[in-house]
Write a protein that binds this ligand. Structure first.
Ligand SMILES: [Ca+2]
Ligand SMILES: [Ca+2]
Ligand SMILES: [Ca+2]
Length: 246
């Protein structure tokens, strides 16, 4: 009986919501609920947060580690498994060289490079090539990195990372774990530059269009109302979103 009442109440609530028309706020287009082991759906390029982060390591001399890559693809090749480093690989003359990468955490890893050379990631245990989930150029200001590829990797597995040949027989690689450098973006439906606190995405990728890092828009359907607006006394509106009127 109680169950029937609940069902009836649910039906009434549904009718009520339908009668009220569409909800004011769209459901959160969050990437967080998705499987963190794979590159999130809809990701077409790395966001400026992680690109800038990788560029900072590439441009910081103390972050650079010199590594002589192996001439053959082997799981005993030198390792570049530490994040937040710029690995300056010396490759065999006019040939490919290999290093290994053993991720500490399962998830998506971006490998930034200073040259757009041939780049292959192989599972050292199965010898299967790991497909790049994403690959594109990098064009951050003042950054020596020019290309990035993203791979979904499993913790504890040894991956052989093969690169080259490269001009001068050198290439620098900066590995980054995507989850370490995610940015939260807020939906800005009225395009006033301030987003809705309750509709956001947390991602290392380029955010969906219409999202911004600024938040605290108390009315995301009115372009004249936002934290940067001037309060107009007597209009009955909290124009600057500070919670009060004058
Ligand atoms: Ca807004
Ligand atoms: Ca607004
Ligand atoms: Ca106000």
């Amino acid at each position: 009986m109680l169950k029937m009442k609940r069902i009836a109440l649910g039906a009434l609530l549904s009718l009520g919501l339908t009668a009220c028309g569409p909800m004011e706020e769209a459901p959160e287009a969050s990437f967080e609920a998705q499987d963190s082991q794979e590159l999130e759906a809809g990701c077409t390029s790395m966001g400026t947060g992680i690109t800038t982060h990788a560029c900072a390591h590439a441009g910081n001399p103390t972050d650079h580690v010199a590594i002589t890559a192996s001439a053959t693809r082997t799981t005993s090749a030198p390792a570049i498994s530490t994040k937040h480093k710029a690995y300056d690989l010396t490759l065999p003359s006019s040939a490919e060289g290999s290093v290994t990468y053993v991720p500490a955490t399962t998830g998506s890893y971006a490998f930034y490079r200073t040259k757009n050379v041939a780049f292959t990631v192989v599972n050292g245990g199965t010898s299967a090539t790991v497909p790049a989930a994403l690959s594109h150029t990098v064009s951050a200001a003042g950054c020596t990195l020019v290309h990035v590829s993203v791979y979904d990797l499993t913790a504890g597995t040894t991956y052989i990372v093969a690169a080259g040949p490269a001009s001068g027989n050198t290439v620098t690689v900066v590995p980054e774990f995507l989850n370490d450098t995610r940015t939260r973006y807020y939906q800005d439906a009225d395009s006033d530059g301030y987003g809705n606190n309750s509709v956001s995405v947390l991602t290392a990728c380029t955010p969906p269009s219409g999202y911004t890092t600024q938040r605290f828009d108390c009315n995301d359907a009115a372009v004249s109302i936002n934290p940067g607006a001037t309060e107009i006394c007597g209009n009955g509106v909290d124009d600057n979103c500070d919670g009060s009127q004058c």
